[in-house]
Design a protein around this ligand. Structure first.
Ligand code: PGA
Length: 249
Protein backbone atom coordinates (compact mmCIF):
# COMPACT_ATOMS: atom_id res chain seq x y z
CA UNK A 1 0.00 0.00 0.00
CA UNK A 2 2.90 2.39 0.77
CA UNK A 3 5.68 2.52 -1.82
CA UNK A 4 9.03 2.17 -0.07
CA UNK A 5 11.33 5.20 -0.25
CA UNK A 6 15.11 4.96 -0.04
CA UNK A 7 16.68 8.39 0.43
CA UNK A 8 20.37 9.20 0.37
CA UNK A 9 21.53 12.11 2.51
CA UNK A 10 24.92 13.03 1.04
CA UNK A 11 25.55 15.57 3.81
CA UNK A 12 28.67 17.69 3.11
CA UNK A 13 30.29 15.25 0.71
CA UNK A 14 31.28 15.05 -2.97
CA UNK A 15 32.81 17.31 -5.54
CA UNK A 16 31.12 17.59 -8.92
CA UNK A 17 33.35 14.92 -10.47
CA UNK A 18 32.74 12.53 -7.54
CA UNK A 19 29.01 13.21 -7.64
CA UNK A 20 28.81 12.43 -11.36
CA UNK A 21 30.46 9.07 -10.76
CA UNK A 22 28.18 8.26 -7.83
CA UNK A 23 24.95 9.21 -9.60
CA UNK A 24 25.92 7.20 -12.68
CA UNK A 25 26.30 4.12 -10.49
CA UNK A 26 23.01 4.76 -8.66
CA UNK A 27 21.16 5.32 -11.93
CA UNK A 28 22.48 2.12 -13.46
CA UNK A 29 21.69 0.06 -10.37
CA UNK A 30 18.29 1.54 -9.60
CA UNK A 31 16.98 1.36 -13.16
CA UNK A 32 15.57 -2.14 -12.86
CA UNK A 33 13.92 -1.52 -9.48
CA UNK A 34 10.49 -0.16 -10.27
CA UNK A 35 8.71 -0.66 -6.98
CA UNK A 36 10.88 1.61 -4.84
CA UNK A 37 11.02 5.42 -4.75
CA UNK A 38 14.62 6.65 -4.79
CA UNK A 39 15.70 10.08 -3.59
CA UNK A 40 19.14 11.68 -3.55
CA UNK A 41 19.87 14.73 -1.41
CA UNK A 42 23.21 16.21 -2.46
CA UNK A 43 24.68 19.47 -1.16
CA UNK A 44 23.44 22.68 -2.82
CA UNK A 45 26.24 23.16 -5.36
CA UNK A 46 25.34 19.82 -6.92
CA UNK A 47 21.59 20.27 -7.26
CA UNK A 48 21.48 21.59 -10.83
CA UNK A 49 24.00 19.10 -12.27
CA UNK A 50 22.40 16.21 -10.39
CA UNK A 51 18.95 17.23 -11.67
CA UNK A 52 20.39 16.93 -15.16
CA UNK A 53 22.09 13.63 -14.36
CA UNK A 54 18.86 11.98 -13.16
CA UNK A 55 16.59 13.44 -15.87
CA UNK A 56 14.42 10.76 -17.43
CA UNK A 57 14.98 8.31 -14.54
CA UNK A 58 12.76 7.54 -11.54
CA UNK A 59 15.30 9.07 -9.14
CA UNK A 60 14.08 12.19 -7.36
CA UNK A 61 16.08 15.14 -6.08
CA UNK A 62 15.95 16.57 -2.57
CA UNK A 63 17.76 19.19 -0.50
CA UNK A 64 19.14 18.77 3.00
CA UNK A 65 17.69 21.96 4.46
CA UNK A 66 15.91 25.20 3.54
CA UNK A 67 15.11 28.54 5.11
CA UNK A 68 11.44 29.43 5.50
CA UNK A 69 11.48 32.90 3.90
CA UNK A 70 11.12 32.90 0.10
CA UNK A 71 13.88 35.50 -0.44
CA UNK A 72 15.67 38.36 1.30
CA UNK A 73 18.72 39.37 3.28
CA UNK A 74 19.55 35.99 4.78
CA UNK A 75 23.21 35.47 3.96
CA UNK A 76 24.16 31.85 3.53
CA UNK A 77 20.59 30.52 3.42
CA UNK A 78 18.59 29.00 0.57
CA UNK A 79 14.83 29.21 0.03
CA UNK A 80 12.28 26.61 -0.99
CA UNK A 81 11.45 28.35 -4.34
CA UNK A 82 15.19 28.27 -5.15
CA UNK A 83 15.32 24.55 -4.42
CA UNK A 84 12.23 24.04 -6.55
CA UNK A 85 13.94 25.95 -9.35
CA UNK A 86 16.88 23.54 -9.06
CA UNK A 87 14.53 20.57 -9.54
CA UNK A 88 13.95 19.43 -5.96
CA UNK A 89 10.77 17.62 -5.03
CA UNK A 90 11.76 16.93 -1.41
CA UNK A 91 13.49 18.84 1.40
CA UNK A 92 14.88 17.26 4.58
CA UNK A 93 13.88 19.34 7.59
CA UNK A 94 15.04 18.93 11.17
CA UNK A 95 17.86 16.46 10.58
CA UNK A 96 19.56 15.77 13.91
CA UNK A 97 22.69 17.59 12.71
CA UNK A 98 20.55 20.69 12.07
CA UNK A 99 19.01 20.33 15.54
CA UNK A 100 22.19 19.51 17.47
CA UNK A 101 25.06 21.14 15.54
CA UNK A 102 23.16 24.21 14.31
CA UNK A 103 20.72 24.59 17.19
CA UNK A 104 17.48 24.44 15.20
CA UNK A 105 14.45 23.99 17.43
CA UNK A 106 10.87 22.90 16.89
CA UNK A 107 9.56 26.45 16.47
CA UNK A 108 11.88 27.17 13.53
CA UNK A 109 11.34 23.70 12.09
CA UNK A 110 7.58 24.21 12.09
CA UNK A 111 8.08 27.31 9.91
CA UNK A 112 10.39 25.40 7.60
CA UNK A 113 8.00 22.47 7.17
CA UNK A 114 5.19 24.91 6.34
CA UNK A 115 7.35 26.74 3.80
CA UNK A 116 8.21 23.45 2.08
CA UNK A 117 4.65 22.18 1.80
CA UNK A 118 3.31 25.61 0.81
CA UNK A 119 5.45 25.37 -2.32
CA UNK A 120 4.03 21.91 -3.01
CA UNK A 121 7.26 20.11 -2.17
CA UNK A 122 7.48 17.20 0.24
CA UNK A 123 9.05 17.74 3.65
CA UNK A 124 11.08 14.83 5.01
CA UNK A 125 10.69 15.74 8.68
CA UNK A 126 13.23 14.08 10.99
CA UNK A 127 12.67 13.13 14.61
CA UNK A 128 14.67 11.09 17.09
CA UNK A 129 15.94 10.85 20.64
CA UNK A 130 19.48 11.13 22.01
CA UNK A 131 21.16 8.28 23.86
CA UNK A 132 20.57 10.01 27.21
CA UNK A 133 16.87 10.37 26.39
CA UNK A 134 16.58 6.69 25.39
CA UNK A 135 18.35 5.59 28.55
CA UNK A 136 16.00 7.76 30.59
CA UNK A 137 13.08 5.99 28.84
CA UNK A 138 11.97 9.25 27.24
CA UNK A 139 12.02 8.14 23.59
CA UNK A 140 8.25 8.27 23.08
CA UNK A 141 7.88 11.53 24.92
CA UNK A 142 10.66 13.27 22.95
CA UNK A 143 9.52 12.01 19.55
CA UNK A 144 5.87 12.84 20.27
CA UNK A 145 6.87 16.34 21.26
CA UNK A 146 8.87 16.75 18.03
CA UNK A 147 5.81 15.63 16.05
CA UNK A 148 3.23 17.65 17.99
CA UNK A 149 5.22 20.89 17.92
CA UNK A 150 5.82 20.86 14.18
CA UNK A 151 2.98 19.00 12.48
CA UNK A 152 -0.67 20.00 12.37
CA UNK A 153 -3.67 19.76 10.09
CA UNK A 154 -2.28 22.73 8.11
CA UNK A 155 0.39 20.39 6.71
CA UNK A 156 -1.06 18.33 3.84
CA UNK A 157 -0.19 14.70 4.69
CA UNK A 158 0.48 13.96 1.01
CA UNK A 159 3.43 16.40 1.22
CA UNK A 160 4.94 14.74 4.27
CA UNK A 161 7.45 11.98 4.92
CA UNK A 162 8.61 11.35 8.49
CA UNK A 163 12.09 10.00 9.23
CA UNK A 164 12.80 8.41 12.61
CA UNK A 165 16.52 8.75 13.24
CA UNK A 166 17.70 7.96 16.76
CA UNK A 167 20.59 10.39 17.31
CA UNK A 168 22.73 7.65 18.89
CA UNK A 169 22.50 5.59 15.68
CA UNK A 170 23.52 8.29 13.20
CA UNK A 171 27.01 7.81 11.83
CA UNK A 172 27.95 5.58 14.76
CA UNK A 173 27.67 2.17 13.11
CA UNK A 174 25.13 1.28 15.86
CA UNK A 175 21.69 0.86 14.32
CA UNK A 176 18.45 0.46 16.22
CA UNK A 177 17.36 -3.18 16.09
CA UNK A 178 14.46 -3.83 13.70
CA UNK A 179 12.20 -4.37 16.74
CA UNK A 180 13.32 -1.16 18.47
CA UNK A 181 12.74 0.82 15.28
CA UNK A 182 9.35 -0.82 14.56
CA UNK A 183 8.15 -0.02 18.06
CA UNK A 184 8.87 3.70 17.61
CA UNK A 185 7.51 3.71 14.05
CA UNK A 186 4.20 2.24 15.24
CA UNK A 187 4.01 4.97 17.90
CA UNK A 188 4.76 7.62 15.25
CA UNK A 189 2.00 6.30 13.01
CA UNK A 190 -0.52 6.40 15.82
CA UNK A 191 0.54 9.98 16.62
CA UNK A 192 0.11 10.89 12.94
CA UNK A 193 -3.37 9.33 13.08
CA UNK A 194 -4.19 11.64 15.97
CA UNK A 195 -2.73 14.75 14.27
CA UNK A 196 -4.27 14.01 10.85
CA UNK A 197 -6.57 10.99 10.65
CA UNK A 198 -6.02 7.23 10.44
CA UNK A 199 -6.42 7.12 6.64
CA UNK A 200 -3.80 9.82 6.12
CA UNK A 201 -1.49 8.20 8.68
CA UNK A 202 -1.74 4.90 6.85
CA UNK A 203 -0.46 6.60 3.67
CA UNK A 204 2.50 8.55 5.13
CA UNK A 205 5.92 7.02 4.48
CA UNK A 206 7.89 6.68 7.72
CA UNK A 207 11.60 6.10 7.11
CA UNK A 208 14.20 4.75 9.51
CA UNK A 209 17.64 6.35 9.54
CA UNK A 210 20.80 5.64 11.51
CA UNK A 211 23.61 3.40 10.27
CA UNK A 212 21.52 1.65 7.62
CA UNK A 213 23.83 -0.46 5.46
CA UNK A 214 23.52 -3.38 3.04
CA UNK A 215 24.00 -5.91 5.87
CA UNK A 216 21.16 -4.64 8.10
CA UNK A 217 18.76 -3.05 5.59
CA UNK A 218 16.53 -6.06 4.95
CA UNK A 219 15.76 -6.76 8.60
CA UNK A 220 14.86 -3.12 9.17
CA UNK A 221 12.87 -2.67 5.96
CA UNK A 222 10.85 -5.85 6.58
CA UNK A 223 9.11 -4.26 9.58
CA UNK A 224 5.48 -3.40 8.96
CA UNK A 225 5.64 0.32 9.84
CA UNK A 226 9.06 0.97 8.28
CA UNK A 227 8.54 2.28 4.76
CA UNK A 228 12.09 3.00 3.74
CA UNK A 229 15.37 4.43 4.91
CA UNK A 230 17.22 7.71 5.15
CA UNK A 231 20.79 6.65 4.50
CA UNK A 232 23.91 8.68 5.29
CA UNK A 233 27.32 7.01 5.06
CA UNK A 234 26.23 4.06 2.91
CA UNK A 235 24.66 6.30 0.26
CA UNK A 236 28.08 7.64 -0.73
CA UNK A 237 29.04 4.34 -2.35
CA UNK A 238 26.84 3.45 -5.33
CA UNK A 239 26.94 -0.33 -4.83
CA UNK A 240 25.97 -0.01 -1.15
CA UNK A 241 23.12 2.40 -1.86
CA UNK A 242 21.83 0.18 -4.68
CA UNK A 243 21.93 -2.89 -2.36
CA UNK A 244 19.78 -0.98 0.12
CA UNK A 245 17.35 -0.01 -2.65
CA UNK A 246 17.15 -3.70 -3.65
CA UNK A 247 16.53 -4.69 -0.02
CA UNK A 248 13.38 -2.54 -0.07
CA UNK A 249 11.70 -4.53 -2.87
P1 PGA B 1 24.13 7.36 8.72
O1 PGA B 1 23.34 8.76 8.62
O2 PGA B 1 23.44 6.42 7.76
O3 PGA B 1 25.54 7.69 8.29
O4 PGA B 1 24.03 6.92 10.13
C1 PGA B 1 21.95 8.80 8.52
C2 PGA B 1 21.48 10.22 8.50
O5 PGA B 1 22.09 11.06 9.17
O6 PGA B 1 20.48 10.56 7.82
Amino acid sequence: MRTPLIAGNWKMHKTLAEARELVTGIRAGAESVHSVDVLICPPYHLLFPMAKAIAGSRIKLGAQNAYHEPQGAFTGEISVPMLQDAGCSHVIIGHSERRHVFGEGNELLAKKVRAVVKSGLTAVYCVGETLAEREALQTHQVVQQQLNAVLSKEVPPDCLVVAYEPVWAIGTGKNASPEQAQEVHAMIRSRLAAIFDPTAAARIQILYGGSVKPSNAKGILDQSDIDGALVGGACLVATDFVSIIQAAV
